[in-house]
Design a protein around this ligand. Structure first.
Ligand code: MN
Length: 205
């Protein structure tokens, strides 16, 4: 069974001015659609075609570059769209399981923001910044190159990604050109903490 490009949960202009409509259209319609099609081509008529994407990624290093890059691209962008919302921003609710874990792991929201921004800003070239959960409930921030992610066996730090930020130039260049820090700063205005919270609960139950 082939993987399907998930429906975008809002329209292209919904995240403006933080993410512009043209970038959304190309990023979703060309890049994400491209990773999905290439993943499907790479696993066609192989045993991987019957597996869940998470299980494929857990052994990414064994499956070759086509599956690693396009499987990562498929998964990472599916997560990325879901953790943004036109009604996003603010801070995770302090009374939720996620809110409590954030307070424990990062002391303050500003400290979290600074560490996440640094991870996104210092990732050289193309890649992603992540907030991840450990099964035990702890949280940590990391970044990965290219379309890798922390589910992969080849990741430097492994955990379940619950928030991700795409720092490939294709994610921001039309609107921000070389100003990655401005794009990273704008991201905090659209984070969908309800979705991140759901992902945290699922990762730690
Ligand atoms: Mn991308």
């Amino acid at each position: 069974m082939a993987f399907k490009l998930p429906k975008l949960p809002y329209d292209y202009k919904a995240l403006e001015p933080h993410v512009d409509a043209k970038t959304m259209e190309i990023h979703y319609g060309k890049h994400h659609a491209g990773y999905t099609a290439k993943l499907n081509a790479a696993i066609k008529d192989t045993p991987l075609a019957k597996k869940k994407i998470e299980d494929i990624l857990k052994k990414a290093s064994k499956h070759g570059a086509g599956v690693r890059n396009n499987g990562g691209g498929f998964y990472n962008h599916s997560l990325f769209w879901s953790v943004m919302s036109p009604n996003g921003g603010g801070e995770p609710k302090a009374t939720t399981k996620l809110g409590k874990a954030m307070a424990k792991s990062f002391k303050s929201y500003d400290a979290f923001k600074a560490e996440f921004s640094a991870a996104a800003g210092t990732r050289f070239g193309s890649g992603w910044a992540w907030l991840c959960a450990r099964k035990s409930g702890g949280l940590f921030i990391t970044s990965t190159p290219n379309q890798d992610n922390p589910l992969m066996d080849c990741a430097e730090k492994k955990g379940t990604p619950i928030l991700g930020l795409d720092v490939w130039e294709h994610a921001y260049y039309l609107n921000y050109q070389n100003r990655r820090p401005d794009y990273v700063a704008a991201f905090f205005n659209v984070i969908n903490w309800d979705e991140v919270s759901k992902r945290y609960n699922k990762a730690t139950k």
